[in-house]
Write a protein that binds this ligand. Structure first.
Ligand code: WT7
Length: 649
């Protein structure tokens, strides 16, 4: 654990909304004393209500908590309309395509684009409040327009990351019973056009009866197949729509969107978020953690297919009236200086990215940042996994010039927004620690009975009180919601939210995330369930049994390591061939992000007598560590030696 502490500099303190630990503690105290009063105050201050709420929190049906009962609002109004008086000509979105093409969309233009889009959804496709719309899009402004258009008419969007395969897309369409898919012909990546629409075609080839139409945005004009009567050309239709569309009056607790994420079983979970609680925290954390100011340019490099893209590219920045940047391509095209060039050109003030990207760019161009003027930067952020001190120092010194606080933000798809994070003008930071819970967030490291852990003792990272931007349920599966999040830990006898992460306090109460305690792994900042990958590999006809574990990787965070038992005694003469085929199955079922980096063909898996696979042993073997676990309780202890033999080869 790194022990260096970096205090915020005077310039950052001066401009920050929360300027000291005293101010931070005062907010924490306010929430401690009067929890509902605290959240009620923020909701009154920050949200433009159509009708005020009558009650802050309803916990009568825990853990199905409800917030801001009776309140009416519209999230697209909160993100766009209410800024028009003061900011109509301000850039809302600054977009750059990978080939270098640019678009700047002002708040007034955003208003028209979103309204036209909303009218198109309503009038042409009959999309109504509560209908599900799947968005399978590259990083182009229309992805944000589509999300906001759904919000405007009360449709529930489900954005599916463009790197997911047709099968993965199909599963999500079916689970949500979506009526419409919005996609693009394709986009640009690594200097080449790629296609998305054909993936949608494959997805819809079976079992997607709920889908009535596909709306296709033209991005790269590559040739694509057209299904008459099902496919519609966005660019042709959008110009026919009126630029005015009344926002639908939404209830605080109506669903805003679903976002599928991986858990410890094979089937992805449709995390359901609400209107008021979500937008309140998205906006508040933008202000507190990124401290965006009127003339700032803020850039988050995530993809809109992940929660970071939802909250910190689209909803948070726009609700805060900020200028948000969006970039289409990869960070290393044409070279490892692409991002730094963009920071210089657009004079970016806040920059938010993932440790895996920092490590990659560090490795590919340690001194590349020296070629650019990065002096506009004020605040740096990271998210997705713990950042190692090496990468942290490079980011801090080379990108931030030693003057920009790094906000290491811990949160999850399920939490909607930041939970644990430094405040740039207040918190003395330590490389690798997410520091302290934000005011109002009761994040605690406890044992399963709710006792707080002593310093340096690993425990369960829980959030022991509900919070407005929390997951409401898993779409269509309340039971799984309770089981996934509210069945591991209790405090004062009452179930509390367990994040799935382990963590510990240091002597000064700083929080250090130690990683997932469940079978979820983190590859390039993407969350993957080992069970999902196992299910995919299991589809290969020659595979009898499989176990997947994460193996620490310098760049990716974790790599995918698969232990495979083949059927029959045909042997593994064609080992390489089967490896390729296995990866093909993974790409088909999930997408290239889940490919196995290493596959070991082993004679058996280490199982207890009750048949449970001892993953801890496999993780140790993958890492090349000595086996410390007791193997005598295994059904066949000799299998461990045999596996080690194979892996060593
Ligand atoms: C998991 C959530 C939240 C947006 C990105 C990922 C890990 C996230 C941090 C951090 C250490 C982190 C956790 C968490 N994680 N941020 N700052 N330090 N670990 O969202 O896909 O829902 O994954 O990412 O393990 O549970 P997600």
């Amino acid at each position: 654990m790194e022990t260096k502490v970096f205090e915020p500099g005077s310039e950052i303190k001066e401009r920050a909304r929360i300027k000291s630990m005293e101010e931070y503690r005062a907010l924490v105290e306010e929430a401690n004393k009067d929890y509902e009063g605290f959240w009620g105050r923020l909701a009154k201050e920050k949200i433009d209500w159509i009708e005020p709420y009558k009650q802050v929190l309803d916990d009568s049906n825990a853990p199905f908590y409800k917030w801001f009962i009776g309140g009416k609002l519209n999230v697209s109004y909160q993100c766009i309309d209410r800024h028009l008086d003061k900011r109509k000509n301000k850039a809302a979105i600054i977009w750059e395509g990978e080939p270098g093409d640019k678009r700047i969309i002002t708040y007034l233009e955003l208003y028209y684009e979103v309204n036209r889009f909303a009218n198109l959804l309503k009038n042409r496709f009959g999309i109504k409040k509560g209908d599900r719309v799947v968005i399978y899009m590259p990083m182009i402004p229309e992805a944000a327009f589509a999300m906001l258009a759904c919000a405007r008419i009360g449709a529930i969007h489900s954005v599916v990351f463009g790197g997911f395969s047709a099968e993965a897309l199909r599963d999500r369409i079916i689970d949500a019973k979506a009526k419409l898919v919005i996609t693009a012909d394709g986009a640009y990546r690594r200097g080449k056009p790629y296609l998305l629409k054909p993936v949608v075609d494959v997805a819809l080839a079976k079992d997607c009866e709920s889908i009535e139409a596909v709306l296709v945005v033209r991005r790269n004009n590559e040739e694509i197949k057209w299904h008459e009567g099902r496919d519609y050309d966005y660019n042709e239709l959008i110009v026919q729509e009126s630029p005015n569309c009344e926002p639908e009056i939404m209830d605080s607790e109506d669903p805003l969107f679903l976002l599928y994420t991986s858990g410890s079983t094979g089937k992805p979970k449709g995390v359901q978020h609400s209107q008021a609680g979500y937008i309140l925290w998205a906006q508040t954390t933008m202000e507190w953690v990124f401290d965006v100011k009127e003339n700032d340019t803020y850039w988050c490099t995530a993809d809109v297919g992940w929660i970071t893209g939802h909250t910190y590219i689209v909803y948070g920045p726009l609700a805060a009236g900020a200028t948000t940047m969006m970039y289409e391509g990869v960070p290393v095209y044409p070279d490892a200086g692409r991002w730094w060039r963009m920071i210089e050109e657009y004079r970016v003030n806040q920059f938010y990215t993932a440790p895996t990207a920092i490590r990659l760019l560090h490795k590919m161009g340690e001194n590349e940042p020296d070629k650019y003027d990065l002096s506009s930067l004020k605040i740096l952020g990271t998210v997705g996994e713990p950042i190692n001190p090496d990468a942290w120092m490079w980011y801090f010194m080379k990108i931030g010039g030693g003057e920009c606080p790094i906000v290491d933000t811990w949160w999850q798809t399920e939490t909607g927004g930041h939970m644990i994070s430094p405040l740039p003008g207040a918190t003395p930071i330590k490389p690798g620690s997410a520091t302290f819970p934000l005011p109002g967030i009761f994040a605690e490291i406890i044992d399963q009975e709710g006792n707080k852990k002593e310093p340096n003792e690993k425990g369960y990272l829980c959030i022991t009180k509900p919070w407005p931007s929390m997951i409401r349920t898993i779409w269509g599966d309340d039971e799984r919601f309770v089981k996934s999040y509210y069945s591991t830990c209790k405090k004062n006898g009452k179930p509390v939210y367990f994040s799935g992460d382990g963590a510990l306090y240091d002597e000064e109460g700083y929080i250090w995330i130690t990683g997932r305690m469940d079978d979820v792994i983190n590859v390039y900042g993407h969350r993957l369930g080992t069970a999902e990958i196992e299910a995919a590999i299991g589809h290969h006809p020659r595979v009898a049994e499989v176990a997947v574990v994460g193996k620490p990787d310098d760049i990716k965070g974790e790599s995918v390591f698969a232990f495979v038992v083949l059927k029959s005694d045909e042997g593994v003469a064609d080992e390489l061939e089967i490896m390729k085929e296995i990866n093909k199955v993974i790409v088909k079922d999930i997408g290239p992000i889940a490919k196995a980096d290493e596959i070991a063909f082993v004679p058996g898996l280490p199982k207890t007598r009750s048949g449970k696979i001892m993953r801890r042993i496999l993780r140790a073997i993958a890492k090349g560590e000595e086996i410390k676990q007791d193997t005598s309780t295994l059904e066949d202890p000799s299998v461990v030696e045999k596996i080690i033999e194979v892996v060593k080869r």
